[in-house]
Design a protein around this ligand. Structure first.
Ligand SMILES: NC(=O)c1ccc[n+]([C@@H]2O[C@H](COP(=O)([O-])OP(=O)(O)OC[C@H]3O[C@@H](n4cnc5c(N)ncnc54)[C@H](O)[C@@H]3O)[C@@H](O)[C@H]2O)c1
Length: 320
């Protein structure tokens, strides 16, 4: 039976991954410092004797080494990713995202443990090409703008992972996740879908930042997990990077309207200029649209859920 270590396994994606792998009969150890993850997310697995939760940090070298010693597979998801956190605690986010990943890879090197690295579409920065592919250029603002710290750190993480593969033969797989949503995601740190859904259900104003014309593509977490697990079981994915996202686009304004309609809410949409929503100099991008051709060619993966179904799932879980 495979021993799987999931860093960040008490978070949104990590807790769904834990659930899926437990259903597949794997032995799971979750390492999470509960900074944005929640005990509630993993409460229902605690009675399963295949599941173990360790509260601790990926920055704790000794602990990471000890846990990796027993692991056959690592899913490295722990990160400081939420816009609010990155803007409010940029240094600590940078340290978590760079040193934490380095610790995991260094530990994986000893026994060449297969490691999944969760990267992000933020990598592409301000590149608004329709159908961003893995070889496209990154367009980032000044490194001194803390807003780009997350993209910069994840870029370093990708390079670290790639070099651990090239130089030490560690079998890594990198995925750039585009906006992933679903039950258990919190709106507390600025994630747009859970924030809008919670505002709509409480009859509060829905706060759209900017003019709402910016577009995004949303993928359901179950579709993301199907892609991640397919990649991890395909030897040809090793040493490579893949986009995981939905090729269906919606503007943030239309998203707000749809959520109001689907929840039957009386909420109004209120537009907040970026200067008020974020500290000085915040730059947003007008669109972020993936090409998932590379992933499709290797695995034949395509998303199964469209935006209405995705929102239904988020709204239903928020009503519980
Ligand atoms: N959700 C998305 O849309 C999205 C998009 C792109 C990339 N990602 C990537 O997917 C991964 C999971 O993100 P998520 O959406 O589940 O967010 P999340 O915040 O729910 O999960 C991150 C988890 O990491 C934990 N964590 C943070 N710092 C830690 C540390 N020092 N030590 C141990 N644990 C720590 C948090 O407590 C949390 O449980 C991240 O690596 C993120 O960069 C997510």
């Amino acid at each position: 039976m495979a021993n799987v270590l999931i860093t960040g396994g008490a978070g949104f994606i990590g807790s769904h991954l834990s659930e899926l792998l437990l259903q597949g009969g794997m032995r799971i150890t979750v390492l999470d410092d509960l900074s944005t993850g929640r005990r509630d997310n993993i409460k229902k697995f605690q009675e399963n004797n295949l599941f173990k939760f360790i509260e601790g940090s990926i920055l704790d070298n000794e602990l990471v080494n000890k846990l990796v010693q027993d692991a056959d597979i690592i899913y490295h998801l722990a990160a400081a990713l939420h816009v609010k956190l990155i803007l409010e605690k940029p240094l600590s986010a940078l340290e978590t995202n760079i040193h934490g990943t380095e610790n995991v890879l260094r530990a994986a090197k000893k026994r060449k443990v297969k490691t999944f690295i969760a990267s992000t579409s933020e990598i592409y920065g301000k590149n608004t090409k329709q159908g961003l592919d893995e070889e496209d250029d990154r367009i980032l603002g000044s490194p001194l703008k803390t807003r780009w710290g997350y993209a910069s750190a994840k870029g370093i993480d990708e390079l670290f992972a790639y070099l651990y593969f090239k130089e030490y033969g560690v079998p890594i797989v990198i995925a750039r996740l585009f906006n992933t949503v679903g039950p258990r995601q919190t709106g507390q740190y600025g994630m747009v879908v859970p924030r809008f859904v919670s505002q709509a259900l409480q009859g509060e104003d829905i706060t759209v930042f900017g003019d709402g014309k910016q577009k995004r593509c949303f993928l359901h977490v179950q579709d993301a997990l199907a892609a991640i697990t397919m990649l991890m079981s395909n030897e040809q994915a090793v040493g490579k990077v893949f986009n995981i996202g939905n090729e269906e686009e919606i503007s943030i304004e239309d998203l707000a309207k749809k959520i109001i309609m689907m929840t039957g809410s009386l909420s109004r949409i209120v537009y907040i200029p970026y200067e008020k929503a974020y500290p000085d100099g915040f730059e947003d991008m007008q669109r972020r649209f993936p090409s998932v051709d590379r992933l499709w060619k290797l695995t034949k993966w395509k998303p199964t859920m469209k935006i209405d179904q995705i929102l239904e799932s988020v709204i239903a879980s928020a009503r519980l």
